[in-house]
Design a protein around this ligand. Structure first.
Ligand code: NAP
Length: 296
């Protein structure tokens, strides 16, 4: 691992192409393959202005999918998002999540109302169960379907579901309405490629890759530097470009620094070559056997 600061490296940070690449949800709706994460935002008032500015810049650059959750900063991240999207709700695709401890019928209803209030909006575009819990899945799905019928959410999905969890889900009444599964997926966490990613691709259910730069660790990875140099990019941009090159995958990096937002948007324009992919496979081998889905 290199300890060089990424800021000293050559950086491809031009504004991204006017039209951002998209993938399609099972509903038929197109969503950008790059979104903005918000975990750790809203925790410190002194950082709030920077966080809001970063999210706004992302919107300006066309990164209109924003991922948040009732869990982040105890709802504080949703409030940061509300500030960032004020006056721009219609250009934003809002993703939020309900905790498994709130996944009963009544709990989901309450949690959704609270998220809507904090987000200062009348609807969430995609509402996810944050991870599998002890409430029967059918009850949570029933609540999601009722929220959809009421117009409080437009779509629903899940997060941290392994292949067997997904099999159980799609076997339920209305379970086939799931629109995404948000999972830990990046170059150093390639486990989902063994069976979850092919399973999802076959059914047209996009994976939403969280921690796509491994919470910043891949930005400091020396093995990515050699490839980055060839693209006049940073290691983080290569890690991100790799995730976004996977079919049916949406990457949602969190960036509270504007320079990072610019770099992440510019990563959309990096076309990795067969040589790059081969080198990346050697440095970060794909899985050869099933391992349980990892979570952060
Ligand atoms: P991440 O996006 O892999 O990494 C975030 C870190 O990387 C931050 O420290 C950020 O710095 C830095 N970074 C971002 N862009 C960079 C760039 N171009 N160059 C160098 N460093 C860069 O990790 P994450 O926040 O864990 O995951 C992303 C999002 O996924 C979360 O925010 C959250 O919305 C979601 N998530 C979901 C789950 C789940 O269970 N469903 C779990 C984890 C995360 P700055 O902030 O200083 O710019």
């Amino acid at each position: 691992m290199s300890s060089k600061p990424t800021s000293s490296k050559p950086t491809s940070s031009r504004p991204t192409s006017s039209k951002i690449r998209t993938t399609t949800l099972p509903s038929g709706e197109a969503v950008p393959v790059l979104g903005q994460g918000t975990w750790k935002m809203g925790e410190d008032r002194r950082r709030r202005a920077d966080e809001v500015a970063a999210l706004k810049l992302g919107l300006d650059l066309g990164i209109t999918l924003i991922d948040t959750a009732e869990m982040y900063a105890g709802g504080g991240a949703e409030e940061v998002v509300a500030e960032a999207i004020a006056g721009r709700r219609d250009e934003t695709f809002l993703v939020s999540k309900v905790l498994p401890t709130n996944a009963s019928w009544a709990g989901v209803m309450r949690a959704c109302e609270n998220s809507l209030k904090r987000l200062a909006t009348d609807r969430i575009d995609l509402y996810l169960l944050h991870w599998p819990g002890s409430v029967p899945l059918a009850e949570t799905v029933g609540a999601f379907e009722a929220l959809t019928a009421a117009g409080k959410i437009r779509h629903w999905g899940v997060s941290n579901f392994d292949t067997d969890d997904m099999e159980e889900l799609v076997g339920l009444a209305s379970g086939g309405n799931v629109q995404t599964n948000q999972v830990l997926y990046n170059l150093s966490r390639r486990g989902p490629e063994f069976d979850l990613a092919p399973w999802s691709l076959k059914r047209g259910i996009p994976l939403m890759a969280y921690s796509p730069v491994e919470q910043g660790a891949l930005a400091r990875n020396a093995r990515l530097d050699a490839i980055a140099v060839r693209h006049n990019a940073t290691a983080a941009q290569i890690a991100l470009a790799w995730v976004m090159a996977q079919k049916g995958v949406i990457a949602i990096p969190k960036a509270s620094r504007q320079e990072h937002v610019r770099q992440n948007a510019a990563a959309l324009d990096i076309a990795l070559t067969p040589q790059d992919f081969a080198e990346l496979d050697r440095a970060f081998p794909p899985p050869t056997r099933k391992r349980g889905l990892e979570m952060i």
